[in-house]
Design a protein around this ligand. Structure first.
Ligand code: NAD
Ligand code: MG
Length: 351
């Protein structure tokens, strides 16, 4: 919607002053899983004065990591039994099994089930009893940034949603949780499980993971099929994407248009809609419909139940693309530049 007016937020946004730590500091939070989100939530909560117990299977390689970080570790079932708030941070595809085996038998009236993504609640893969609160605090960042920002006294923007409020305290407690992991320092946007789940799936399919990779692959193949060198095709259609995305991230579309040449701007403004035309728009609407009516969710659940046959095939085919082999060689040329960044990243990600 084009407008010259200053935009005012459509959603409610919460900051530190809106959150009351009293709604969480006297409680015990079981953080189930110690991956990307789990390690960040557990450590941030703990340093905010919350009693944290990390729930991990016997023999999980993450146990040592959590203990080294100074946290208490128990089995998922024992952690859930002890906790007032169970933060479900195992992968979405295993959450229903973990819920059935370790959480459900240990939920007490008035406890909270807390998520970082709405998939399993929204598509009824987890059906909690009526006497517990069900909330979502979803940082809009990978876990290592949630942790790093917290350590640097900075915040990570996040989402807050309440699916079920049995105690009357679900919203305040969710906000206190968001504050304790550092999200209210940056801003927490109020949403619903439905909105978070459907926009998340749509965004990753239409743009972030699906749309953009198909755009890159088709453009690369168009150049290579026309006789241009794979190296040039790789640079122009994949490598330079980062520069453009960085500009959009920093200052929206405007900063990007201002930063490229007039030729690039004119070509982009006139040809973008020729590539991503009204058919692409219709396809996006069809994808959104399948997200909304649960078709995609059920396809993905069935794929997992069948042992991921198509997924495995697609993954292999994607890895074997020429563009990947070309990229591997070309990125070697940049290795000197990226060595520092890699070092920094791997030191921060605890898996
Ligand atoms: P992850 O894959 O990084 O980590 C999951 C952890 O769960 C593993 O490290 C392991 O310790 C544990 N685990 C795996 N299988 C298990 C099992 N069967 N039983 C018990 N524990 C098991 O997961 P993640 O990316 O942190 O995702 C957790 C939740 O956070 C998901 O709901 C996801 O949608 C959501 N989320 C993730 C991100 C992100 O950037 N990664 C961002 C926002 C929300
Ligand atoms: Mg309990």
């Amino acid at each position: 919607m084009p407008t010259d007016d200053t935009y005012t937020f459509d959603s409610t946004v919460y900051y530190d002053e809106d959150a009351d730590p009293d709604h969480i500091v006297h409680k015990t939070v079981a953080v189930l899983g110690y991956g990307s989100q789990g390690h960040a939530h557990a450590q941030n909560l703990s340093e905010s004065g919350v009693d944290v117990v990390v729930g991990l299977r016997e023999g999980s390689s993450s146990r040592a990591a959590a203990e080294n970080d100074g946290l208490r570790v128990a089995t998922p079932a024992d952690a859930a039994a002890e906790a007032d708030i169970v933060s479900v941070l195992v992968p979405d595809t295993v959450q229903p099994d973990v819920y059935e085996a370790a959480i459900e038998p240990n939920l007490e009236s008035g406890d909270t089930l807390q998520f970082a993504h709405g998939f399993n609640i929204h598509y009824n893969q987890i059906q909690p009893p009526e006497d517990v609160d069900v909330t979502m605090v979803a940082p809009k960042s990978p876990g290592h940034l949630v942790r790093r920002n917290y350590e640097n006294d900075e915040g990570t923007p996040g989402l807050l949603a309440v699916y079920q409020d049995a105690t009357g305290e679900a919203h305040d407690e969710g906000l206190a949780y968001a504050a304790a992991i550092g999200c209210t320092r940056a801003g927490v946007v109020e949403t619903s499980f439905r909105e978070e789940t459907e926009t998340d799936l749509f965004g990753e399919q239409a743009v972030l993971c699906g749309g953009v990779t198909s755009l890159v692959k088709q453009a690369y193949e168009t150049l290579v099929d026309a006789g241009y060198s794979p190296e040039m095709a790789y640079f122009e259609c994949l490598n330079e994407l980062k520069l453009i995305v960085d500009l959009m991230y920093e200052g929206g579309l405007g900063k990007m248009w201002d930063s490229v040449s007039d030729t690039a701007e004119y070509g982009g403004l006139t040809k973008g809609d020729v590539v991503v035309d009204e058919h692409a728009r219709e396809n996006m609407e069809a994808i959104l419909e399948q997200v909304q009516d649960g078709t995609f969710a059920h396809e993905w659940i069935a794929e997992n139940q069948a042992g991921r046959p198509s997924y495995t095939q697609l993954r292999t085919a994607e890895k074997n693309r020429e563009i990947e082999a070309v990229g591997e060689e070309l990125r070697e040329l940049f290795a000197w530049q990226e060595a520092d960044e890699d070092e920094e990243e791997s030191a921060e990600v605890t898996a």
